[in-house]
Write a protein that binds this ligand. Structure first.
Ligand SMILES: *[C@@H]1O[C@H](CO)[C@@H](O)[C@H](O)[C@H]1NC(C)=O
Ligand SMILES: *[C@@H]1O[C@H](CO)[C@@H](O)[C@H](O)[C@H]1NC(C)=O
Ligand SMILES: *[C@@H]1O[C@H](CO)[C@@H](O)[C@H](O)[C@H]1NC(C)=O
Length: 688
């Protein structure tokens, strides 16, 4: 006996030693990886430089590009474009009534489609039921040898599964690969209205199965919505939940987990302790109770919609009965920890800062002043920035040259062409009411026949993106300060039921003190507390998985992006990044746990990032009972002076040099807009 124990101890020690050695090896490998990452980054910067050089017509006599040194204000990395899908034409409340058309298929075809979907990096993340429905709804089509299936540059809306034959993929005239049967292609087009990035040509006569974006999105939204409303109904039928507000019930429905039991499986046992609460969603269970002599004193059956284990939500439950499955049973399960995280909070009221009379008077005076100015009262000094369909000018008040503003100018024609009216109106509505020191102020708007104008507070410290480009990455203290500013802005927005949806360094600007503010509100949306929205929005590297999977998203999508931002500021590049958007989305769907964190991200920062980037939105820090406060209390922020940040009394990590109200030296140079802007005379106008 003693001998065995010694043997075991020895074996254990050997194992421990082995583990230690492995840890050391892992540490060494991680270090090596970091060094390589740094090398890659340096090479990337070098490469970007050469790209800039070659893209300019600077060449010497021999015709080869001059490797001229790059000044600090020349772009080395390019700004990332945000994506905004067309607003979904689907009304969530009517989705369950939509009938989907299914197409007849042989068993072989069904199996082939399923295998193809399960093998695809994007599709394999869908639920089994969704995959079956997509397969049912795919329709047959065929293309003759030599003809095009997908043309580079076209607007795409269909995804295909190849059943028979082979196709060739070409990009910019270059052969990429050939694809054989049982493969999916064109999948970016089902996420949003995109331009095809490659041409696919049939090399033989081919047969395909296809599905369009509209149907795909209906399937995706419907599964989530039907399930969510079923879950919410179940919860509402439980007496102790009846008093909970709708938004809490809705969140609770998000954390319920489906669990399956086989016939005569014990779900709980009398006398055991437990942390979980159960609602029967499918099937029937037997409840039995025994007295202290082991005699059965009670037996009853429970079915769909009934629940047990409620006590567990209040404290550790000693189960007073046993519950076993009769036939197949499905329960919705929630544990005490998740429950506690959600209930007892959502205290948005506490976050609301009631404006003082003094502040109100100040705002009124300001409103009076701006309602009296017109566009003619300003001189345009120069351009500070250019976006997808707008430019931002630095302007000066003629009557008071010391007062400068940023004037965002949007082309009406362009807004109309890209159906952005809704986004623009929402941007205006949200910004005009957003009185936070961490959000750029919008004072008033103007319009004429060609343009819409937004008169904004000017911040001359430059973009955080530019600073990051120059520094490569930030240390912990610097990152903490900038993310602190962003968190304050998000706290303001979230407490008012507004989601921001386009967090990234490109949208953060520094004022003359070096404090950061959120600028672009083109994608912000007021959805209301506990509500969700569905339109695909955001910048590929920063979008949350539920946006990609079209499950509906809320505040917590911003919490995800905040995690990405912290990662990018600390390491110089975002965690999820592929050579094209679809690759990026597939990497995002694999999850944060698949990402190797560079050593320069400290342990507590890594823990915070992982808590923000949880796959399940309701498990994300910032989306639980204390909302954003949970992020502010996180260990990584320990000791950070939040009150000082709010009051503007702490020093910024970097004070930009700004000499006067017209100093644009912290911005890149932008050429004048020479493009002819058409008048918008179709009668269309915005209440702007
Ligand atoms: C997709 O975008 C193009 C151009 O941006 C537009 O012409 C087309 O109507 C859009 N399609 C849909 C379905 O919204
Ligand atoms: C139920 O039965 C199936 C097949 O008989 C088995 O694969 C599965 O693991 C069982 N589930 C549980 C919870 O025991
Ligand atoms: C419970 O259901 C089982 C199987 O359906 C049935 O045989 C049994 O009589 C039911 N027991 C009670 C107490 O209703």
């Amino acid at each position: 006996m003693a001998g065995t124990l010694r043997d075991l101890q020895l074996a254990l020690q050997l194992k421990i030693e082995e583990l230690r050695q492995r840890d050391t090896l892992i540490d060494e490998l991680e270090l090596e990886l970091d060094t390589k990452d740094d090398l890659i980054r340096q090479l990337q910067i070098e490469l970007d430089r050469h790209r800039i050089v070659t893209s300019k017509p600077t060449s010497n006599n021999s015709g080869t590009p001059l490797p001229s040194p790059v000044g600090p204000d020349e772009p080395q990395r390019s700004k990332r474009q945000a994506i905004s899908a067309e607003p979904t034409s689907l009304d969530p409340s009517q989705l369950s009534d939509v009938t989907l058309t299914s197409y007849c298929k042989t068993k072989e075809s069904r199996d082939l489609i399923q295998r193809a979907l399960m093998d695809n990096d994007f599709m394999k993340h869908l639920e089994h039921g969704q995959i079956i429905t997509i397969m049912d709804c795919m329709y047959p089509t065929s293309v003759a040898s030599g003809c095009c299936v997908i043309q580079e540059g076209d607007d795409g809306s269909t995804v295909y599964v190849l059943e028979e034959g082979t196709v060739q993929v070409m990009k910019q005239g270059k052969k990429l690969c050939t694809i054989g049967p049982e493969k999916v292609f064109g999948e970016l087009a089902i996420l949003y209205n995109c331009t095809r990035t490659a041409t696919v040509t049939a090399l033989t006569d081919i047969t395909l199965w296809a599905i369009d974006r509209q149907i795909f999105q209906t399937i995706m939204m419907r599964t989530g919505l039907i399930k969510h409303s079923q879950y919410t109904d179940f919860l509402r039928s439980v007496p102790s939940f009846q008093t909970l507000p709708e938004d809490v019930l809705s969140k609770l429905a998000d954390v319920l987990e489906e669990t399956h039991y086989n016939d005569s499986d014990y779900i709980i046992r009398q006398g055991a302790t437990g942390d979980t609460f159960f609602i029967i969603s499918e099937g029937k269970v037997k409840v039995t109770q025994q007295n202290s002599n082991g005699e059965q004193v009670m037996e009853k059956n429970m079915t769909k919609g009934e629940w047990f284990g409620e006590q567990a939500l209040k404290g550790e439950d000693v189960r007073t009965a046993s519950v076993t499955a009769i036939g197949d049973v499905t329960c919705l399960v929630i544990d005490r920890e998740s429950f506690k995280q959600l209930i007892g909070g959502l205290d948005s009221v506490n976050n609301k800062q009631y404006d003082s009379d003094e502040l109100k008077a100040k705002l009124q005076a300001e409103a009076d002043f701006f309602s009296s100015v017109s566009l003619n009262d300003f001189n345009v000094i120069c351009t500070l920035g250019m976006g997808g369909f707008s430019r931002v000018e630095l302007v000066q008040l003629k009557s008071d040259p010391n007062r400068s503003f940023a004037l965002k100018v949007l082309k009406k024609r362009h807004i109309l062409d890209t159906s952005q009216q809704g986004h623009i109106l929402s941007e205006r509505r949200i910004m005009i009411e957003a009185h936070s020191p961490f959000i750029i102020r919008l004072y008033r708007t103007f319009r004429d026949t060609k343009y819409l104008y937004m008169l904004l507070e000017v911040c001359l410290g430059g973009e955080l993106w530019t600073l990051l480009r120059e520094r490569g990455l930030f240390d912990d203290g610097t990152t903490r300060f900038y993310t602190g500013c962003v968190i304050e802005a998000l706290a303001f927005l979230h407490s008012r039921g507004i989601i921001y949806r386009d967090l990234k360094p490109e949208n953060i600007i520094l004022d003359h003190r070096g404090y950061a503010k959120l600028v672009d509100f083109g994608f912000a949306k007021k959805v209301g507390l506990g509500k969700k929205t569905w339109t695909f929005c955001g910048t590929p590297e920063y979008v949350a998985p539920e946006i990609i999977l079209n499950k509906g998203h809320d505040n917590s999508a911003d919490c995800w992006s905040l995690g990405i931002l912290i990662f990018e500021l600390l390491s110089g590049s975002p965690p999820f990044s592929g050579s094209d958007p679809m690759k990026t989305y597939n990497i995002i769907l694999r999850g944060i746990d698949m990402i190797a964190f560079p050593k320069k991200i400290t342990k507590s920062a890594a823990i915070l990032i992982k808590r923000l980037c949880r796959d399940n939105p309701s498990e994300r820090l910032g989306n639980q009972k204390n909302g954003i406060k949970d992020i502010q209390k996180h260990k990584w922020f320990e000791g950070f002076n939040w009150e000082g940040l709010r009051q503007g009394t702490i020093d910024a990590p970097f004070t930009p040099s700004v000499e006067g109200p017209l100093d644009n030296s912290n911005f890149d140079f932008f050429p004048e807009d020479t493009e002819e802007t058409p008048e918008e005379d179709s009668g269309w106008d915005l209440e702007f």
